[in-house]
Design a protein around this ligand. Sequence first.
Ligand code: AMP
Ligand code: MG
Length: 296
Amino acid sequence: MATTTKTKATHGSGAEGAWEVPPEQALRVPEGFDLAVFDRASTPGFTGDKAAGKALVAQHADELSELQERLFAEGRSGGSRSVLLVLQGMDTAGKGGIVRHVVGLVDPQGVAHRSFGVPTPEERRHDYLWRIRRALPEPGYIGVFDRSHYEDVLVARVDALVPPEVWEARYDEINRFEAEVAAAGTTIVKVALLVSYEEQRARLMERLERPDKFWKYNPNDVDSRQKWPAYQEAYQAVLDRTSTDVAPWHVVPADRKWFARLAVSELLLDALRGLDLGWPPADFDVAVEKARLAAT
Ligand code: AMP
Ligand code: MG
């Protein structure tokens, strides 16, 4: 069933046609993907410019928002489905901007956002998936993970927070875990935001030059940056070993913020469209209720 929604004035700008390859297809990590040669300033599948990209995000905002509302309505009516957007990326890759500019297009009441930092003492007393399970979206919600269980095969691997045999076993564990989550009704959209080494430097420098950005800076960011090759290797392993049919990875070049935001909004829209969401039928007699109301 096609979901026809009202579109606003931007409709007809032609921006939609600037996708030469559908985003889901253009961004899904391909077999044999090589992170080392991935152009992080590219715009895979999209031939439009920044203005066209922004126009398309605006053009699709109403549909995104309506589909989110349908999902929420379904969840309120006994449905079991939800969506989980997993955002991974190095510091400054733009995870926060995605939340603000893309997730921000839908009703915040239907969003379950969670960012994962260094595990708290309580979290450390449990298995690494404990805090993740607790944060999974309830039916009807769009869950958003700013970092995720993947940190447990990224920073945990790079900084040797656990022995190699421990992180080594996690790739398969994660695949099993995500298969379980998907089977329970959650559509998983995994996005690796890939910023270049040069662009990261510029963005970190900007954080040090602008008082309004100091709060985003953490001296640890430079420590992580110093381990760039080890992180790239760890990301490569994630993409090689945890992109599955039920939870594939998407690789999004992040040097152009407008493109990353467009890409994620299209991936989210694609996931929601794929759910073929209707509106829940009334669980009361509409005619009777109308008559009762009219009598008041
Ligand atoms: P930020 O997202 O910039 O607020 O930074 C959060 C920090 O927490 C990053 O340096 C992550 O690598 C770190 N972090 C997240 N999850 C874990 C984890 N499971 N183990 C260790 N560090 C983590
Ligand atoms: Mg940070």
